[in-house]
Design a protein around this ligand. Structure first.
Ligand code: 2AM
Ligand code: CA
Ligand code: CA
Ligand code: CA
Length: 264
């Protein structure tokens, strides 16, 4: 008999695959784009439709589970007890609208706050990153190796250019120093994909001063299963119920960034 998490995993995969098909099919349809908090903060009918699709399926199949999602179809959560699905229907909406690639469906499933199943699905490249607690990281069903330590000098670090310019949220100078010392920097515009890339060893670190739980929940489980380290920018554990800064990296790189740049 399949265990509880095997059953949940099967449904999650099925719904993520169907969400991917719907998103690809939507390319042929007119897109309704609206703005949220500011003129660059976008949401579309597809973001909402996909979150609603997950909400309906989860509630029908697993009435005891709860959902935390970006677009308002989830539950109001004050605590993380029980099974909680944390879903971003489209992570990288700006890429979805402008580029029609480089966005992902992100799903993290937690029990009493412990990550059990993580998924990041690159819809256009058809790359599904998956992890189950204690079983390692997989890309389209193939196991990926555990992350090995590296120095900043040999690292590619993902960071949005905004944080390298003077800004009101944090002192950008340590990050500029880090960007100069690193082998290279990248920015893909989807936190979920950037976390999946760190987990897969395509990037050595990802830094963001401000993300929401649905941006990092799925990726966090991938990072843990890959042997990477993910904390906030103070080196503290991530709070899954609130906005947080994120530093996700290989071992070694994580320590060096914290000690030589962020605590410097
Ligand atoms: P989103 O596309 O789901 O909104 C872009 O650098 C990354 O930051 C994306 O993962 C994006 O997720 C996330 N993000 C979080 N809050 C955002 C906001 N207010 N505006 C734009 N992107 C945001
Ligand atoms: Ca958004
Ligand atoms: Ca997001
Ligand atoms: Ca989103």
């Amino acid at each position: 008999m399949a265990g509880k998490w095997e059953e949940i995993d099967q449904y999650a995969r099925q719904w993520i695959a169907e969400a991917g098909q719907r998103i690809r099919a939507s390319f042929a349809e007119p897109l309704t784009v609206e703005t949220k908090e500011n003129r660059n903060d976008l949401v579309t009918n597809v973001d909402r439709g996909i979150e609603q699709f997950f909400a309906e399926h989860i509630r029908r199949q697993f009435p005891g589970h709860r959902l935390l999602g970006e677009e308002g179809f989830g539950d109001e959560l004050a605590a993380l007890d029980g099974v909680v699905w944390v879903i971003d229907p489209i992570d990288g909406t700006m890429n979805f609208v402008h580029q029609r690639r480089h966005f992902a469906v992100s799903v993290g499933i937690f029990e009493d706050g412990v990550g059990q199943l993580g998924y990041v699905y690159d819809v256009v490249f058809d790359e599904l990153y998956t992890a189950q607690k204690g079983k390692g990281l997989f890309l389209n069903g193939e196991p990926l190796g555990r992350l090995q330590p590296a120095p900043v000098a040999e690292s590619i670090i993902a960071i949005n250019g905004t944080w390298l310019m003077e800004n009101k949220r944090l002192d950008h100078r340590p990050l500029v120093r880090l960007a100069k010392d690193a082998r290279g920097t990248r920015s893909y515009g989807s936190a979920a994909l950037e976390l999946a890339y760190v987990a897969a060893g395509r990037l050595d670190a990802y830094i963001s001063p401000r993300l929401s739980p649905w941006d990092f929940a799925g990726g966090m489980i991938l990072i843990e299963e890959a042997g990477g380290i993910m904390t906030n920018l103070d080196g503290k554990p991530i709070d899954l119920l609130n906005r947080s800064s994120v530093l996700a990296a290989k071992p070694g790189v994580h320590e060096e960034i914290l000690q030589r740049y962020l605590r410097g």
